[in-house]
Design a protein around this ligand. Structure first.
Ligand SMILES: Cc1ncc(COP(=O)(O)O)c(C=O)c1O
Length: 397
């Protein structure tokens, strides 16, 4: 959870700047804002660090996904390939957009695999919503190739992967657009927030409109701005943007420290026979927020989690049983439960969600052990923590 770990004076200063003027809204109000435009500065910093031509701040990672889908023309009745392992937000976004999720297999990269996508594609598939899980990129070379072959729109949910790159290019720039989360648990946080990036001007304009009731943001009379499309309120406020800006400025230091700490932990765990590590499409571009490894079987994983609990070893996630990250716990989604009627209730589901067979994903997630990396670990602290982790593993393996 690096973002929250490094919250400090820089973030407070940005918030105080905003509080001193009272210009809480990102648009207009020039007469009170003393030249401060935090959301615009935040977006400029995101562009600078990701290399994107365009960035647009929004209210959450969830609304970022909604915005890029809408901007790319993915909506009512469109089949969208999604993974069964992700925080639930992007799956919900697909349903709420009126689109139809098609679950495909992940592999040891923890993300959709090119083969998984290929098997799920039908003549009516419109898009792939690729989710770069746990801070590192999916196999983008293979996935971009499959999307090109089948003429699919590639959308990237980089909610957990700010700072991650694939072959030198930021995640989020390998398809049409990328969506990032700045919620409290992310590598860079502003409490609640999100940002979208793209190199496509038309997509950027659509995101800008959709995130603010269709406002074109041209001229200086908000009430008289033209509108080409409808939208909603996905705006980010100036205080959140100020915090996001301070956090983005800290990102290079967070990445450096994460990578150093993760390398130490991984190098030591490599000494244990029987462990294998997450498949990385480009390890150099990993934001290193998590160390993911596999034990030989799901039964061993259950025993190991019990051992960690007994030994008081914290900071390790069991995504197989977590209610929000793996499809085996998503009965409400498989039953398509929502208080009101969704498009899919009329159109019909493209798969029998209740009887899905995803053996590869099931195997991968049941064997997965995921350790959160702290960027504030001192050397001795990290060494002592690693000793404890290894001791627990040795008791089980
Ligand atoms: C991959 C992914 N996408 C989207 C989101 C949603 O982000 P938010 O909580 O900012 O709405 C999350 C949040 O955990 C996430 O992990």
């Amino acid at each position: 959870m690096p973002g929250m770990e490094v919250f400090g004076a820089e973030e407070r200063k940005e918030v105080m700047d905003v509080l001193e003027t009272g210009a809480l809204f990102r648009y207009g109000h020039e007469h009170i804002r003393k030249g401060m435009w935090k959301a615009a500065e935040f977006e400029a910093e995101v562009r600078r660090q990701t290399g994107a031509n365009y960035a647009h701040a929004v209210s959450s990672g969830s609304t970022a996904v909604t915005s890029i889908m809408a901007a790319a023309g993915v909506g009512h009745g469109d089949e969208v390939v999604v993974p069964p392992y992700t925080f639930v937000a992007p799956i919900e976004a697909v349903f709420l957009a009126g689109a139809l999720p098609v679950f495909a297999e992940i592999d040891e990269s923890l993300c959709l695999s090119p083969e998984g996508i290929e098997k799920a594609v039908t003549p009516t598939t419109k898009a792939v919503l690729l989710i770069h899980m746990c801070g590192a990129s999916a196999d983008l070379d293979g996935i971009v190739a499959v999307c090109k072959k089948h003429n699919l729109i590639l959308l990237e949910d980089c909610g957990q992967a700010m700072g991650a790159t694939h072959k030198g290019k930021s995640v989020g720039l390998h398809g049409v657009a990328g969506a990032f989360s700045f919620d409290y648990f992310k590598i860079t946080t502003c409490g609640e927030g999100g940002v979208t990036i793209t190199n496509d001007e038309e997509i950027y304009k659509n995101i800008d409109y959709v995130a603010d009731h269709g406002h074109t943001h041209l001229g200086n009379n908000r009430g008289m701005e033209d509108h080409f499309v409808m939208g909603s309120n996905f705006r980010m406020g100036e205080m959140n943007a100020g915090i996001g800006l301070a956090q983005m400025r800290k990102l290079p230091r967070i990445l450096e420290q994460n990578r150093k700490n993760k390398k130490y932990l991984k190098d030591r765990l490599k000494e244990i026979d029987g462990l294998t590590f997450r498949k990385m499409a480009d390890e150099a571009g990993d934001s290193a927020t998590f160390l993911n490894f596999f034990v030989p079987t799901g039964e061993v994983a259950v025993k190991l989690f019990e051992q960690f609990a007994k030994d008081g070893v914290g900071g390790i996630a069991n995504w197989y049983t977590n209610m929000y990250h793996f499809i085996n716990q998503w009965d409400h989604i498989k039953e398509i439960k929502f208080p009101s009627k969704l498009a899919i209730h009329d159109l019909g589901a493209p798969q029998d969600y209740k009887n899905l067979s995803l053996p590869k994903s099931e195997d991968v997630i049941s064997r997965l052990i995921c350790i959160g990396i702290s960027c504030t670990w001192k050397e001795e602290e990290l060494a002592a923590y690693t000793d404890k982790v290894i001791a627990s593993i040795r008791k089980v393996l």
